[in-house]
Ligand binder design. Structure first.
Ligand code: MSP
Length: 575
């Protein structure tokens, strides 16, 4: 059984469900990766997590592309849903479920919700005239349409003026309530720029929104019919949003909706998630999400990715990077360099190499292999003794011994009074990581792990254990000093590896294999994968810490240095 911290609410994180008219690309993988890293980190701190992703299948563009490809909508949806599943397996995502909106479990519940809204009078029939963006299958307000010269803000293609008889959801009824929820942070819309945008638009006033489409002659038989009216289908967006609830709306999973709900997406679809969905939920008498987090976009080598430019970063390119530099290096790059905040990020090969070398090869990789090598060289590949991770400058201390060795070797110590409180440093880093995680600042969370590695590197340069090792015979307490220094480096890196693991689960598991830290991992725990919550795992020298006698194998370097000038890996283009 997973050891869970019962003081914390269950955590439910979702990604958008992706359209299956086409195959997945970097954008879809990115949002799902961010959700994966957050889910892994939340599990590690001991929370009961449910992570949902999936596909949105009833869109008109799915039936259109299916016809262009000589397939039925369902055949085409399945081909692409499978591509999403394969891509997500390749990315090593840890989702707990994958929903397809064509599944009965989703359809039945979605119809129930719409029926309830109809019964309550929150949805009713009426006429609608508006600017419709066929490429996005959504109506835009007059203001947004005008701002974009009556072209789609996403694809630039002309908008269509449409008049329809439709069912409408009385969104306007919830204007004041929504404003209050978002302003007070009851629904945390993040980052701040997105919150301001949403509030700005909200203050221009809300109108009722169409929630159905009249079925026209020649339309593919695709989508869910409006309950009680065979002439209308539920508008795909309204039905799709329901997935977040349909999949956990049962006895076993209800606790996740009652817990902390986080919806993750890019800024293109903030409005649906921050306004329409919470209003629907409120009308249904359900709790609303605690957080709606809308990140920015990936662009490619400085240019927006688009079909017309043909510059989408496809899965095959991500695979080529993973093959050359490891999957976890690619996950690391995307997570730390991606558009998690309000600004877009550029996927540029030169930047990849820079980050790979700086953060991984020269830092995590180098530090772990250096420390592993020293354990092997000086102590037969075994942890010798414990140390509390405090290095002061008292006479007779381990640090004093190390500095004496340096002086004996004729080397100068820059700041001879420097103290190192490594155990304290790692505890602070663990606390910082927890705070960063709570606000979805995943780069800062991972940087807490990286900061420990930097601290270890600095401590090694300062205490120079390799110089000390040469003088073991001449210094009284040389061996004890060396073992204390190495223990502290090893234990600090073990704690760092935990903080880095949500982004790099395979590489960190490789390190735990080499360092015989498998006692951290519980392969039968399908939730966190760990034997205890982080607060216990990361305790310096605690139950799960390095122990005297524990074997430290050198193992292969986790990341080989890359040549700054080497070309980008070639991807075989998918046809
Ligand atoms: N089906 C709707 C979502 C319904 S959710 C109830 C949809 N699907 S989509 O396939 O178009 O996916 C959009 C999402 O893909 C974005 O919100 C974002 O999560 C991800 N991305 C697509 N392109 C992206 C980038 N260039 N960069 C980052 N993420 C991007 O909208």
């Amino acid at each position: 059984m997973p050891t869970q911290n019962t003081n914390q609410k269950p955590y439910y994180i979702t990604t958008p469900i992706y359209y299956v008219n086409d195959r997945p690309h970097i954008g879809h993988c990115y949002t799902t990766l961010i959700a994966d890293v957050a889910a892994r980190a939340q599990r590690m701190i001991g929370r009961d997590v449910f992570f949902l992703t999936g596909t949105d299948e009833h869109a008109e563009k799915v039936s259109k592309t299916a016809a262009e490809n000589g397939k039925t909508p369902m055949e085409w949806a399945t081909i692409n849903a499978d591509r999403f599943k394969e891509a997500f397996a390749f990315m090593n995502f840890s989702h707990d479920d994958f929903v397809r909106t064509t599944e009965d479990r989703h359809k039945t519940k979605a119809v129930e919700y719409i029926q309830q809204l109809l019964d309550q009078g929150d949805i009713e029939l009426g006429d609608y005239e508006g600017w419709y963006d066929p490429s996005q299958e959504e109506y835009l307000t007059e203001m947004v349409a005008k701002e974009n010269d009556y072209n789609s803000p996403v694809t630039g293609k002309p908008l269509e003026k449409r008049v329809e008889q439709n069912y409408f959801f009385k969104l306007d009824k919830y204007e004041g309530w929504l404003c209050e929820q978002i302003e007070t942070g009851a629904i945390c819309v993040a980052p701040e720029a997105r919150k301001n945008e949403v509030l700005g638009r909200l203050k221009q006033g809300l109108r009722k929104v169409p929630v159905s489409r009249k079925i026209k002659e020649g339309d593919a038989d695709w989508g869910i019919k409006m309950p009680g009216d065979d002439e209308h289908r539920i508008y795909v967006w309204i039905e799709a949003l329901c997935n977040y609830l349909t999949i956990v709306d049962n006895d076993e999973r209800q606790k996740y909706w009652d817990g902390e709900v986080v919806h993750l997406m890019a800024k293109d679809i903030t409005w649906f998630h921050a306004i329409i969905w919470p209003a629907m939920l409120h009308a249904l008498g359900k709790k609303v999400p605690e957080m709606v987090y809308a990140h920015a976009y990936w662009i490619a080598e400085g240019k927006k990715m688009s079909k017309s430019l043909g510059n989408f970063i496809e899965i095959d390119l991500l695979q080529a990077y993973a093959e050359k530099y490891s999957l976890d290096a690619m996950r690391w790059f995307l997570t730390t360099q991606g558009p998690l905040g309000a600004n877009d990020s550029d996927f540029a090969h030169s930047r990849f190499i820079e980050v790979y070398n700086a953060d991984l090869a020269n830092s995590v990789g180098n530090s772990t292999s250096r420390v592993g090598n020293m354990f092997n060289k000086y102590f037969d590949g075994k942890v010798k003794g414990r140390c509390n991770g405090e290095f002061g400058f008292d006479n007779g201390s381990s640090l004093q011994t190390a500095l004496t060795a340096l002086e004996n070797a004729g080397k100068k110590v820059d700041d001879p009074d420097r103290t190192y409180k490594i155990a304290e440093f790692t505890q602070q880093a663990v606390d910082q990581a927890g705070e960063a995680l709570a606000s979805m600042n995943l780069d800062a969370m991972l940087d807490a792990g990286r900061s420990i590695v930097r601290h270890v590197d600095e401590f090694i340069s300062y205490s120079a254990p390799f110089t000390l090792a040469k003088q073991l015979d001449t210094l009284d307490d040389g061996e004890h000093a060396l073992s204390s220094i190495l223990y502290s480096c090893g234990e600090a890196l073990r704690i760092a590896s935990l903080l880095l693991s949500p982004a790099m689960p395979e590489k960190m598991a490789e390190l735990w294999g080499n360092w015989n830290c498998n006692h951290l991992v519980d392969p039968d725990d399908c939730n966190s994968g760990f034997v205890a919550p982080l607060s216990e795992l990361a305790q310096w020298g605690g139950e799960y810490g390095l122990k005297p006698g524990q074997t430290i194998e050198k193992g292969a370097a986790l990341f080989m240095r890359a040549d700054a000038k080497e070309d980008a890996p070639e991807a075989e283009r998918i046809s």
